[in-house]
Design a protein around this ligand. Structure first.
Ligand code: DHE
Length: 495
C-alpha cells in the first residue's frame, strides 16, 4: 500500500510529540480526560477527540468547552483544574494525531456491537396511532437527540439520545419500518419506527462520512474517513459482514467521501476522496461487494444522481467545480460549472418546461446554480443573500426552499419559483437566528423548517399559503427526514 494521507499526518505528529508543552498536555489528558474520551482518544462515554473528529470545531470553541463544559452533557468545565496555558496546550494536543496511528479492526467493530431488542419478538405493525409513512426523523444536534415526529399532528412521538454528532441523512429500510443513523464518531444505530425502540448499535469506524441501505434492505454500507474503508453490515441487526479497505487501483490508500444506494441499478455507489475513482458495488442476489472501479478525472467530495440514476454529478476541486460521470459507460461526460463547492447531496431537482433541472446552493458563494440535466448547461445562477447549504422541494410545491446559512443574513430563507427561477419570497422566521434545512410532508402540503440555534425550533408551514402552523422548541434541530418521501426516493428531497 502506498503511503496515504493519514500516515503522513501521523509522521508529523510523532515529531510534534517531543514538544514539552504537548507532553504536559498528554499527561493532563491521561489524568483528567481519558476516562471519558478513551486512552487513545477514540472516544468512550464522551466523543472521540482525534483531529478528524475535531476538524469542524474552531480552536476557540474547543478551548471554551474544556474551560466551561458543554451544557446538557456530562462534559464538566475544567477552569478550576487547568490554568489558561494548560488549556491552550490541551487544545493543541487534541488537534495533533495520536502517537500511534489509529486503527479500528474487525474485532473492535464486533466488540462494539450491542443488541437492545429482538425484532423477531416485536410486533411488525405500527404500535402508535400515526401514519408510518408520514413520520419524520428529526435530528436535534444541540443536545444529540433524535425525535420521531407524527407528520400529520406535528407531535413528537418519541425522543432518544444519539451518539455524538449525527451527520448526513438517516436511511430507511424499503418498507419504512427501520431507520439507520450514523454519527461522525462512527456509531451506527438501528431504530424500529413501528415499536419506537432502539434495536442495535455498532461502531463501524472512528470517523464516518455516511451510510446507505441496499435496495432490498438487506445490507447497510458505511463509508469511513478513519480508517479509510467501507463496512458492510447486516441490516437486520448491524452485525459485521465485511470491511473493504478504500485502496485505489495503484495502491493509494483513500478516505471515503460518500456512499449512496442507486435503486434502479441495485447497487451502491461510492466516491473516494484521495484517489480518482468511483466504485460501484452490486447489491443484487448474493453480493460479493467487489468494487467495479470507474476512473474519475478528479478526487470527488460528494455527489448526487440524475433522476434515472444513470449519471452522477460530483463536486470536484478541479475543473469548473463539478463533474458528470456516466455510470454505464464509466466515462466522464463533462465538467459542470459549480463554482462554490456545493454540499451536493443536498441539492434538488424538478421539472421545468418538461425538462429536469438540478439546483444547488453553494457553500462558498451566495448563489444557486441551476443546471439542465439533458445538456448539462448552466441555466441560471440565482444570486442569494449569502452562501447556503440545503435546497428542498416537493412535486406539489411551487417553490424550492433554500437557506442562507452563512453571513449576516443567515436568518433568511429564499423561496425560489421553480418555473421562473426568480426568488419569489424571502422569509425571516426567527430574526437573528439561522434558518435552514426544509423537508416536506409526504403529500407536500406542509413543510418543516429548522431554526438552527440552541434556543431554536422546528417550524411547520403550510407550503401553499406559507402560514405558520406550529412552532416546536428544539435545541439546534438540523436535518429532518420524511419516511415516505425517503423510501419512495421522491423528487425534491435528498436520497
Ligand atoms: Fe453535511 C449530508 C458532507 C458539513 C449537515 N453532508 C451530507 C452528506 C455528505 C456531507 C456527503 C450526504 C450524506 C447522506 O445524506 O447520506 N457535510 C459534508 C461535508 O463535506 C461538509 C461540507 C464538511 C464536513 O465536515 O463534513 C459538511 N454538513 C456539514 C455541516 O457543517 C452541517 C451543516 C452540520 C453538521 O451536522 O455537520 C451538515 N450534512 C448535513 C445534513 C445532511 C448532510 C443535515 C443531510 C441532508 C439531507 O437532507 O439529506
Amino acid at each position: 500500500m502506498k503511503r496515504g494521507l493519514l500516515p503522513l499526518l501521523w509522521v508529523s505528529a510523532v515529531v510534534g510529540a517531543a514538544d514539552p508543552a504537548l507532553e504536559h498536555a498528554a499527561n493532563d489528558y491521561r489524568q483528567h480526560c481519558q476516562s471519558c474520551h478513551g486512552a487513545n482518544r477514540f472516544g468512550g462515554t464522551g466523543p472521540a477527540l482525534l483531529p478528524e473528529s475535531l476538524s469542524r470545531i474552531k480552536p476557540d470553541e474547543i478551548r471554551s468547552v474544556i474551560q466551561n463544559g458543554r451544557p446538557a452533557s456530562q462534559m464538566a468545565g475544567f477552569a478550576n483544574v487547568f490554568n489558561p496555558a494548560q488549556i491552550d496546550a490541551l487544545v493543541s494536543y487534541l488537534q495533533q494525531p495520536p502517537t500511534t496511528a489509529p486503527t479500528w479492526s474487525n474485532d473492535e467493530i464486533r466488540g462494539s456491537h450491542s443488541m437492545f431488542a429482538d425484532i423477531n419478538k416485536l410486533p411488525n405493525t405500527p404500535q402508535h396511532g400515526a401514519d408510518p409513512l408520514n413520520l419524520f426523523v428529526v435530528v436535534e444536534a444541540g443536545d444529540h437527540h433524535i425525535n420521531i415526529l407524527d407528520g400529520d399532528r406535528f407531535e413528537v412521538l418519541a425522543r432518544f439520545t444519539s451518539h455524538f454528532a449525527v451527520h448526513g441523512g438517516p436511511k430507511f429500510s424499503p418498507d419504512g419500518r427501520f431507520v439507520y443513523v450514523a454519527s461522525r464518531d462512527g456509531w451506527v444505530s438501528l431504530y424500529d419506527l413501528h415499536n419506537l425502540k432502539l434495536i442495535a448499535e455498532v461502531r463501524a469506524g472512528l470517523n464516518t462520512r455516511n451510510l446507505a441501505v441496499s435496495k432490498d434492505g438487506r445490507w447497510v454500507l458505511v463509508g469511513n474517513y478513519l480508517p479509510g474503508n467501507l463496512v458492510v453490515l447486516d441490516a437486520r441487526d448491524l452485525s459485521l459482514v465485511k470491511t473493504i479497505p478504500a485502496i485505489g487501483q495503484d495502491g493509494t490508500a483513500s478516505r471515503v467521501s460518500a456512499v449512496y444506494t442507486a435503486p434502479p441499478r441495485d447497487s451502491f455507489i461510492v466516491a473516494l476522496k484521495d484517489v480518482k475513482e468511483v466504485w460501484e458495488l452490486s447489491s443484487a442476489g448474493t453480493p460479493d461487494f467487489e468494487p467495479r472501479r470507474i476512473e474519475a478525472e478528479d478526487m470527488l467530495d460528494d455527489f448526487s444522481f440524475s433522476p434515472d440514476y444513470k449519471q452522477l454529478l460530483a463536486t470536484s476541486r478541479k475543473a469548473k467545480g463539478g463533474q458528470v460521470i456516466d455510470l454505464d459507460s464509466g466515462k466522464v461526460v463533462t465538467d459542470i460549472p459549480l463554482p462554490g463547492m456545493p454540499h451536493l447531496g443536498s441539492g434538488t431537482y424538478w421539472k421545468r418546461n418538461g425538462q429536469w433541472v438540478f439546483a444547488t446552493p453553494n457553500i462558498s458563494k451566495g448563489l444557486i446554480s441551476v443546471i439542465d440535466f439533458k445538456t448539462w448547461k448552466l441555466i441560471k445562477e440565482i444570486p442569494t443573500l449569502g452562501p447556503g447549504f440545503f435546497m428542498r422541494s416537493h412535486v406539489n410545491s411551487r417553490y424550492a426552499w433554500t437557506d442562507v446559512f452563512f453571513g449576516p443574513d443567515n436568518d433568511a430563507i429564499h423561496l425560489i419559483d421553480k418555473q421562473t427561477l426568480e426568488i419569489a419570497r424571502t422569509l425571516r422566521p426567527m430574526p437573528g437566528k439561522t434558518a435552514a434545512h426544509v423537508e416536506f410532508t409526504r403529500d407536500g402540503r406542509h413543510l418543516l423548517l429548522s431554526i438552527w440555534a440552541t434556543d431554536g425550533a422546528l417550524i411547520v408551514y403550510d407550503s401553499d399559503t406559507l402560514e405558520e402552523i406550529k412552532r416546536i422548541p428544539m435545541n439546534k434541530p438540523s436535518g429532518k427526514y420524511n419516511v415516505g418521501n425517503k423510501i419512495e426516493f421522491v423528487e425534491g428531497t435528498s436520497h
